[in-house]
Write a protein that binds this ligand. Structure first.
Ligand code: BT5
Length: 338
């Protein structure tokens, strides 16, 4: 597996834009001339001007112009790799962070990276996704710079049968990252929805490349609605954002750092100690773990029952209402039933 090579990815954010964001953030409130910026990051003043316009279109409040100099009034909430990398020091996710202003899907990029031999721990981020996806070909609405769209590349030496546990590990991380921002207590609806007050604000999509007994790599994509002020009509009533819950603007970079730090912690716990501590934590924080009346829709059928814990592989157990006993649910949709 090549360690040092940096993948060549069309459309990935130019490292110099990353440097520009970091420079402005590090010098927030200080006026820096266009010429000085151009010199520091090694580009023409024309490029500086163009990139400043890009940042403005993303909602970063950059004051001034080339001749007078630029400054920002507060640190920009762009998920810039340089800034993130410092804050993720000591985790598996600090070294290889790929950022896009716009991409089809961060999971698609991460799958390509996996194919190219990129090491464990690479992170792909996008300010906006044009084809963000959920499970079974569904779509994940990925509004420009309002949410977090993040995929990590993992290379665990586990059987593919344990892949559902990676979804649970990521769900726990997203849940904990959001809990610190919310007044209400977030819930996890097996397998991959994070809810608050009954509405979904985060989802996880795990995809993998594997042989029957060996996982080559998995990509775990996490979407979190952070600063949306309303949801599109198709999601009205079923989805929410941190901002819609609290009435406050939240720092996406803070939420992302917490997400990846919690993910690092849960992932390491899973690799060191197996499923048990992960399932124990899931039982603590998910009302769907046990004793919840649910309607299950799988590829073959819809039935109702009561949840009865998870199997060690992360599969949900449901005691069927129709007398059919305990049904292990490998994948499917879970809805609360009355
Ligand atoms: C999921 O699928 O919830 C997985 C979502 C994973 C998104 C991340 S973003 C980064 C990475 N890159 C990707 O392309 N994907 C991952 P599922 O359980 O199938 O739920 C999909 C359903 O959630 C849709 O059919 C909608 O009903 C709803 N939905 C779509 N966008 C939403 C949003 N922004 N917030 C809340 N619910 C949404």
């Amino acid at each position: 597996m090549p360690k040092k090579r940096t993948a060549s990815l069309p459309g990935v954010t130019d490292k110099r834009i990353d440097a520009l964001v970091t420079l402005l953030a590090d010098n927030a409130t200080v006026v820096i001339s266009g010429a000085k910026i151009a010199e520091e990051i090694g580009v023409s003043r024309q490029s500086v001007w163009r990139w400043i316009e890009t940042l403005r279109s993303l909602g970063v409040k950059v004051k001034g112009h080339g001749s007078s100099g630029y400054h920002i009034e507060q640190a920009p909430d762009i998920l810039a790799p340089q800034m993130l990398s410092h804050r993720l020091y000591g985790t598996a996710f600090a070294k290889r962070i790929y950022h896009y202003f716009k991409i089809d899907s961060t999971n698609t990029v991460a799958l390509q990276l996996g194919e190219q031999g990129e090491p464990h721990g690479a992170v792909v981020l996008a300010e906006a996704q044009t084809a963000g996806r959920g499970r079974a070909g569904r779509k994940w609405i990925s509004e420009k710079s309002a949410g977090i769209h993040c995929t990590v590349l993992l290379r665990p030496k586990i059987s593919p049968a344990l892949a559902p546990l990676l979804t649970i590990v990521a769900g726990l991380a997203a849940r904990d990252a959001a809990a610190e921002e919310l007044d209400g207590i977030p819930d996890i609806r097996w397998p991959n929805d994070i809810l608050v007050n009954g509405r979904k604000f985060s989802g996880v999509l795990t995809e993998m490349q594997a042989e029957p007994d060996r996982m080559h790599y998995a990509v775990v994509g996490i979407g979190i609605n952070v600063n949306q002020t309303k949801m599109p009509a198709e999601l009205a009533g079923i989805a929410t954002s941190l901002r819609m819950e609290t009435g406050k603007i939240h720092s996406r970079i803070d939420v992302l750092v917490r997400l990846l730090r919690h993910l690092d912690r849960y992932y390491n716990l899973f690799i060191a100690e197996g499923a048990t501590p992960i399932l124990r934590r899931f039982a603590e924080v998910s009302s769907y773990f046990q004793g919840k009346r649910v309607r299950i829709t799988t590829a073959i059928e819809t039935f109702t029952g009561v949840t009865a814990g998870l199997e060690p592989s992360g599969v949900l157990r449901v005691l069927r209402d129709d007398g059919g006993g305990i049904e292990p649910v490998l994948s499917g949709d879970v809805a609360e039933a009355s």
